[in-house]
Design a protein around this ligand. Structure first.
Ligand code: C5P
Length: 244
């Protein structure tokens, strides 16, 4: 039995609690959502629980398919038990299509389909507004070695391949996705940390092109929780079919 202890990180969208096991934490997803580096902010009742369930399902799917993540098990409607990690303040963003800020940066239409898969690196730093950096910058800042960065890129591509296929079976296109990593406190292994959910991915309905992710909030499209619920229900039905 693992007991929940004091809060060790209090963010807007998430809180992290220590536990009686020094190598485990409890992640709690809140109903608060923020965008544009905290300029836009709102609360959607039930969104934390949806993020918790979607993220649990996706991280568990990766764990079961050879991609190690921090997720261990769900312990409450909005809480999950996770391996404790030392944060690596990098965001690895995988783009199957070019959308959002990258489309603006490259001067292409939102939704442009590149021939390759594009992987970007950002420095997770609120004060600097998460700037795009390259591998040399990450090494210069002492955030990771070149070898570790190679490993993170490989994991990100593998996770993208697995999740792109899973979402496709649910009639959803994985347009892009942000992944974060950490060093597991028990063995130092670099594993996927944080969440993977409609807050951190662009997810477009394959038939209608409708956005089913945080862009509904960013772009004031409405139906935020309804869209997240659609994502959850479709993923659950695909995974239930697998279990039969
Ligand atoms: O904002 P941008 O277009 O660069 O986002 C690319 C992808 O990374 C999107 O799926 C977005 O949801 C995700 N992202 C994120 N957290 C950030 C920035 C982007 O999850 N701080």
């Amino acid at each position: 039995m693992i007991d929940k202890r004091e809060c060790v990180f209090r963010g807007n969208e998430k809180q992290v609690y220590a536990t009686s096991d020094p190598h485990m934490v409890i992640f709690r997803y809140t109903d608060v959502t923020i965008a544009y580096n905290n300029i836009k902010r709102a609360r959607f009742r039930g969104k934390g629980a949806l993020d918790n369930r979607i993220s649990a399902l996706l991280l568990d799917y990766l764990n079961g398919n050879g991609v190690e993540t921090h997720y261990v098990k769900t312990v409450g409607p909005d809480e999950q038990l996770c391996r404790k990690i030392e944060i690596i303040p990098l965001q690895v963003v995988v783009h199957n299509r070019i959308a959002g800020s990258l489309a603006v940066r490259l001067g292409v239409d939102d939704g442009f389909r590149p021939a390759n898969t594009v992987v970007d690196l950002r420095y997770n730093n609120d004060e600097l507004e998460d700037p795009f950096i390259n591998r040399d910058h990450a090494v210069a800042l002492g955030l990771a070695t070149y070898q570790e960065l190679d490993g993170m890129y490989d994991i990100a591509r593998k996770a993208n391949d697995l999740l792109k296929e899973l979402f496709h079976r649910a009639g959803i296109e994985l347009v892009d996705m942000k992944i974060e990593f950490g060093r597991a406190s028990d063995n130092g292994e670099i594993i996927i940390s944080d969440e993977i959910s409609p807050d951190t991915c662009r997810l477009w309905d394959e038939k209608s092109g409708e956005r089913l992710d945080k862009d509904r909030f960013r772009l004031d499209l409405g139906d935020v929780t309804e869209s997240y619920r659609t994502v959850l229900e479709r993923l659950e039905s695909v995974l239930e079919i697998d279990e039969e």
